[in-house]
Design a protein around this ligand. Sequence first.
Ligand code: MLZ
Length: 277
Amino acid sequence: SNPVFDWDNYLKETSSTAAPTYCFKQHEVSPENEFKPSMKLEAVDPRNITSMCIATVIGVVGPRIRLRLDGGDNKNDFWRLVDSSELKPIGYTEKKGGMLQPPLGFRMNGSLFPMFLVKTLNGAFYSPDTAFKSEPETPTDNLFKVGQKIEAVDKKNPHLICVATIGDVNKNNIFVTFDGWRGAFDYWCSYDSRDIFPVGWCLKSGHPLQPPGHKGSRYSGSRPNSAQSSANAKQNFNDSINLTPDSASDLEAGIQESCSVFINHECKCGPFMDSSK
Ligand code: MLZ
């Protein structure tokens, strides 16, 4: 399987430092993941954050779970940490006097939702209350500094946590840049985002870490050779199978992910292709 990424060596090679753990809204020790595939829970709909919906656990990796909203499609799965404040046990919303909502893109007529709800929860495997872990404290200030290394979720490929650098800092926000990917995946987020982790988090948490890419000059480490690149592509493919044990559509996604087009970056690709991808 994937060799463990050598952060010590990489920090030396890039003469950089890791962002201190006190910068992050993460527990020092990751909570245990007690969720199992097929368990149900309540979750904030990521595409409609005022809605609480029923979700099913589709996959479990380290302290993260892959979720699919009941009644939605299988194209909008999302990942959450087990200590996310957006996850609640079944019954939570009703206890609060609220109402569960159909997910954005509910596949039936809205008038059928009450019946759908009864059906989807009937005989379902409820997540135990103990699986929901308390959210970490929010650091009082943005203490990140430009150039510090972190581990960060790739929002375009949210099953991946990757080697990244603080590219900029502005008030309460930080710019997350992915090492070796020429900016195609970079994003701004709040300093207290749950998608960023201290160096070493993946290793401690039993979560895979994606090493830097090899596209362009963002990082000064050695350039992997093409044998390594194809080994990486294969590893990504195998990882995505492990992450998504349940369906053929997942397998298809894995196949799509493993397909790469190699472009000579000296070339101009024209308007329809991004040479950084
Ligand atoms: N399918 C993509 C994954 C890139 C992941 C980058 N993460 C920062 C590719 O191989 O191009």
